[in-house]
Design a protein around this ligand. Structure first.
Ligand SMILES: Nc1nc2c(c(=O)[nH]1)N[C@@H](CN(C=O)c1ccc(C(=O)N[C@@H](CCC(=O)O)C(=O)O)cc1)CN2
Ligand SMILES: NCC(=O)N[C@@H]1O[C@H](COP(=O)([O-])[O-])[C@@H](O)[C@H]1O
Length: 301
């Protein structure tokens, strides 16, 4: 089978070449992989090596049925072949009711998300999300430190704490403060946000909660829906990873539209976090992130 070489979002090196658009990436047959410096599980097929013309570094790209990973020392296995991708550690950031946080937590407990929420971060320790965390034994961290909240963590202390907890991914779910550049640099391609409109429309500073839905209705837009994107230094400008569309009805109130979008958010975020934890996020050559289908490894959304 000719291998397709996509590069899992977990690969530590952003200079990895990704798939050329519309072209099969070149590959060569591997030398006997016993000479490989990678600790490969014996049962995996190594399909090819993608030589990175830029730095001549080469990475073993190997795949099992569902997941391709280009890795240094990440032992990759799939459930179907009796193997297990490492279970991921998640931090969720909230400022309000936390319904997305609850959906993700329930999916983790049910087992569909191959990861655990090990800490909740919030700027409002009395919000609904923080209360749910306390009721479910999830530690709560106050961030950021402000003049009113002096016992909040500083950005550097938050990075240190999340690193010590070995957090793999950060999920923003209704968090209303700007994530500082220190955290973004410490968790490159590992911070995600859900926004309640079809970005890039109706995003940016001032666009949060009901303000978004009111703007959508006022604009006359006929469709809306949630967007999940990577987080960069600015509000809502990171690479889009997933979207869902819902209709905007002629007589919709902002509350009715918000409820319709939120129902989609709960499903979409769980699906995306499942993919993140199963290392099914891959990067197209032009920098667009895609999600590899669990059922058919040749399908991407
Ligand atoms: N560095 C980033 N930080 C955050 C992002 C991001 O994409 N990059 N996303 C936001 C979430 N968000 C939209 O999805 C968002 C949240 C809040 C605001 C906003 O305008 N906030 C107000 C303050 C609101 C408050 O304190 O009650 C403001 O900054 O004036 C816009 C978009 C999370 N962080
Ligand atoms: N711009 C950020 C933003 O508006 N996020 C939105 O806040 C709500 C949080 O609900 P929840 O606390 O019930 O998950 C969600 O609708 C989310 O899209």
């Amino acid at each position: 089978m000719e291998s397709q070489q996509f590069f899992a979002g977990l690969c530590p090196n952003s200079s990895l070449p990704s798939i050329p658009i519309g072209k099969k990436p070149f590959s060569i047959k591997l030398p006997p992989f016993s000479s490989y410096p990678y600790n490969q599980p014996q049962n995996l097929q190594i399909h090819s090596v993608a030589y990175n013309p830029i730095n001549i570094a080469h990475k073993a790209c190997y795949s099992s049925r569902n997941i391709v990973c280009c890795s240094r020392n990440i032992s990759l296995q799939t459930k179907e072949e009796g193997f297990e991708v490492r279970r991921k550690k998640l931090a969720v950031f909230v400022s309000g009711g936390g319904s997305n946080f609850r959906s993700i937590h329930e999916a983790s407990l049910k087992g569909s998300i191959h990861g655990d929420i090990i800490v909740l971060v919030t700027n409002k320790t009395d919000c609904g999300g923080a209360e749910y965390a306390r009721n479910n034994g999830i530690p709560v961290i106050l961030f950021p430190k402000t003049k009113d909240e002096s016992d909040g963590l500083s950005s550097s202390d938050l990075v240190t704490t999340l690193r010590r907890l070995e957090v793999d991914f950060i999920l923003l779910a209704g968090y209303l403060k700007l994530i500082p550049v220190e955290l973004i640099r410490a968790y490159r391609r590992s911070i995600f946000n859900i926004h309640p409109s079809l970005l890039p429309a109706f995003g940016g500073k001032g666009y949060y909660g009901m303000k978004v839905h009111k703007a959508v209705i006022s604009s006359g837009a006929r469709f809306s829906g949630p967007t999940i994107h990577f987080v960069d230094e600015n509000y809502d400008t990171g690479r889009i990873l997933a979207q869902r569309v819902v209709p905007v009805l002629a007589n919709d109130t902002a509350k009715e539209l918000a409820a319709r979008v939120l129902r989609e958010e709960h499903q979409l975020y769980v699906e995306v976090v499942e993919a993140i934890c199963e290392e099914r996020v891959v990067w197209r050559e032009d920098g667009v992130p895609l999600i590899r289908s669990k059922e058919n490894p040749n399908d991407f959304t």
